[in-house]
Design a protein around this ligand. Sequence first.
Ligand code: SAH
Length: 578
Amino acid sequence: MIGLIAATAAGAAASERLAAAWPDETRAYPGPVRDAVTRAFAECDRLVCFLATGAVVRLVAPLLDDKATDPGIVCVDEAQQHAVALLGGHAGGANELAERVADTLGCRPVITTATDVTGVPGLDTLGLPVEGAVAAVGRAVLDGIPVHLDAHHIHPLPALPPNVQSTTDSHDPAANFTLRVSDLQGGSRTKADRTAVLRPPSLVVGVGASRGVATAEVLGLVRATLADHGLSPLSIARLATVDAKADEPGLIEAARVLGVPLVTHPADALAAVDVPNPSPAPLAAVGTPSVCEAAALIENGSELLVPKRKSTPATGGDATGPAMCTVAVARRRPRGRLALVGLGPGARDLLTPRARDELRRASVVVGLDQYVDQIRDLLRPGTRLVVSGLGAEEERARAAVAEARSGHAVALIGSGDAGVYAMASPALAEAGDDIDVVGVPGVTAALAAGALLGAPLGHDHVSISLSDLHTPWEVIERRVRAAAESDLVVTFYNPRSRGRDWQLPKALGILAEHRAPAATPVGVVHAASRPDQWHTVTTLAELDPATVDMVTVVVVGNTATRTVAGRMVTPRGYRWQR
Ligand code: SAH
C-alpha cells in the first residue's frame, strides 16, 4: 500500500490525482502531518509526501529502523516539479516509485542512489538474486576497486565495469573483493564479508507427486534436498513435472511459494530421457518410468546433482501414510540471452522504455554503426560493441547468435521494428532452442510515417519492400499487382536508391491501373522523427519519384483514401462508401 500525505491545497490536489490514478494501491492519510506520517510509516510499504524534504526528514527520523524494512519515501514539492526518492531507493522501492509519480504528475524524478546515477550496475540490478556482502562489494564495484568475478561459466549478465574481472592480480591487496556467480551455498568463510553471491537460475527441481500431495510435503522435501546438498533455493529456475500433474494443487502452490514457474512435460518426452532410477510405478500411473529425474534432466546438457529422493516424516512427509512426493535436482547449462531490439524510427522519445531496459540489460550489443551511434549513451559502461557497416546481414546475425550461444546477454539492434525487413529473421533462422530469445517491438517506419501523414492505415494495408537485391523482381511485382487488385493501402519500404531507380515508378504504374491516379492520395515521408524529416501528401499522378530515397517510405492510398485538410485519411470499413 502507498500512503499519501499532504498538508497544502496543492499537495492535496496532487495526492488526489495519484489516488485516482492508482485506486487499489493508495490510501490517503488526512489530518495533522506528524500523526499522518507516523501512521502511514507503520502501515504502508511506501509513502508519497507532498511536503518539503526537510520536513519529511524531521518527521521520519525518529521512526527509522532498518533499510530492509523501512518504507520507501518519495517527496513531491509544492509546485510539483520534482518527485524526490528520499529514502529506501532500492530496497524500499522509492526510486521506482519516484519514476511512476513523475510519470503520473508530469514532473521530474530525482534519484540519488549512487549506482543508478553513474550507470554502473548496483549488484541488485543485474537481474539475478544476490546475497552476502552486497553493500561492501557493490561499493568496491562503484569505487573502481578490483573485484574478482568468480564464475565457472559465462552468464547472461549486463555489462560490468572494467574493475570487475575474472582474473585479478592475487598480489594486489585490494583485489580481495569477490563477486561470485554460483548456485552453491558456503564457500570460503574467510572472505565472507567481502564476497557477494549472484544466484543464477541454474537448478531444475523435478517433482513427482501423488494426487492430493500437501504443499508442505513438497516444500519440505525440496528445501531439505537443496540444503543437504549445499544448493541455494534462490537458484531454482523452475519446478518440473509431468503433464498429468499440471493441476495438482500442492505442486502449484509450492511453485508459487518458491516464486518459480511449474513447468510440465508430456509423459512420452519424459520417457525418452535417460535416468539412473527408473521404476514401474510411475510407468503404470502416468506413462513414464521416471517423473522427477526425467523432468529435472530433460533440457540438453543438464547434469543430475541429486538423484530421486522420497519425502519422509523428517522432510515434512506424512508419518502415517506412504511418501507422496519425490524430487531430483539437475543443473542446466547457463543459457545466453538474445534480445531483438527495435530502436524506432530515430527520435529518442520513440524508443520504447522496454527497448531502453533491454539495452542496459545487455553486455554485448550487435548492430550497424549508425544504429549503435544512436543509442551509445544509453549503454552501461563496459558494454562490448560488435559493430559493422551496411550489408553483411547474415554475418551480423550469426555473430549475435554465436555470442548468445556462448552465454552472453546480447542485444541485436535495428531501426524501426527489429522484425520488419530487419535482423530478427536471419538471427532466428540461425538460433537454436539453447538460448533465450526476447523480442522488443519498435515503431516501424510505416507507423511513424502514418502518424505524420494523418490516418492512411485506417483500413486494410500492406507493406512491400521494393528492394530486389534479395527478392526477385517478379515476386515483388506479383505482390504489388495483388495489392492493386485487392485495393489495399500500400507502404513501400526500400523504395528507391541510386542504383535502383526504375522499381518505384514501375510499382506505382501497376497501382495506377486499379486506382484513379489524380484522385489517389500518396504520402511521402523522409527520415521520420529525425532532424532532416520532411513529408508531403501528393497524388499518384503528381508524385515525383526523384524526391524519394532510401530513407523514405511511400504510402499509397486505396480508392477510399481522401485528403482532408492536407491529411491522408483512409475511412474505416464500417463507414465504407464508394
Ligand atoms: N526495420 C525497419 C525497416 C528497415 S528497411 C523498420 O521497421 O522501420 C529500411 C527502409 O525502412 C528504408 O529504406 C525506408 O524505406 C524505411 N525507413 C526506415 N526508417 C525510416 C524513417 N525514419 N523514415 C522513413 N523511412 C524509414
